[in-house]
Write a protein of this length. Structure first.
Length: 249
């Protein structure tokens, strides 16, 4: 399968996020959108801030700033921006096994009730054309999440494995840790800092896990990793989730 919506050379230009890759119903999955921006940053770790909901099926422009950062814009609206970064300094507290990740999906928090993320491309229980990362809490550490990814050829990929924006999406949703599940105002991804160590292969079981790092008012800092079946870290990330302010109405 081809390299998706971006030119192979990663040059600046226009991109479009197909409706398939939604997170919330009307905007893109935050990890996917962040991964698109990261594709235009030099190889290596990158950090991306989401400034407004990334629109779907809409022509967006990639711009480069004088200081080397990359911006994703809808006309004059800044959607996201990012740049190179040091490697994220995070390590899974425990490394779930494939069996533990498979078992955790039985406790996916929205298996029996609709939720704004129920149709998310990455984790939505209502999607039959997505990644199927139906994360649940990890039995031996309920502060963590775990999920199982076995990607097939319908998932965007190239000769190396999953496209980078798909890998960033897979790092995104499992970082929505149990501490966030009870709120009636779902948190939104505001920032992501990731590094892809190895390609994410098709057809092999990949464990995705997430864990809390720090809470600060409406802000929840979390981390995530994608692990090979032998526990090897293939990718890792840090995240900032922000809960909207309560309505004053």
């Amino acid at each position: 399968m081809g390299r998706g919506p971006l030119a192979a050379d990663g040059g600046a230009g226009r991109v479009l996020i197909p409706r398939r890759f939604n997170g919330p119903p009307a905007s893109a999955n935050g990890g996917y959108a962040s991964g698109l921006v990261a594709r235009y940053i030099r190889r290596g770790p990158a950090e991306v801030s989401l400034r407004s909901p990334p629109p779907l099926d809409t022509a967006l422009e990639i711009r480069r700033t004088e200081d080397g950062r990359v911006q994703l814009c809808h006309r004059e609206l800044l959607v996201a921006e990012g740049g190179p970064a040091d490697p994220p300094d995070v390590e899974p507290p425990v490394r779930p096994t494939v069996a533990e990740a498979r078992e955790a999906l039985r406790r996916h928090p929205w298996r029996s009730a609709r939720h704004p993320f129920s149709d998310c491309y990455v984790c939505g229980i209502g999607r039959h054309d997505g990644l199927g990362l139906h994360f649940g809490d990890l039995a031996r550490d309920p502060t963590m999440t775990a999920a199982l990814l076995v990607a097939d050829a319908t998932i965007p990929h190239d000769e190396h494995g999953l496209l980078p924006e798909i890998a960033w999406g897979a790092l995104d949703c499992p970082s929505y840790v149990p501490a966030l599940w009870s709120s009636d105002r779902p948190a939104l991804l505001a920032w992501m800092h990731a590094e892809l160590h190895e390609p994410i292969p098709l057809g092999e079981p990949i464990v995705a896990c997430g864990w809390p790092v720090e809470a600060e008012g409406r802000k929840q800092y979390t981390a995530s990793a994608l692990l090979a079946a032998d526990g090897r870290v293939l990718a890792r990330a840090r995240h900032l989730w922000v809960q909207p302010r309560a309505s004053s109405a």
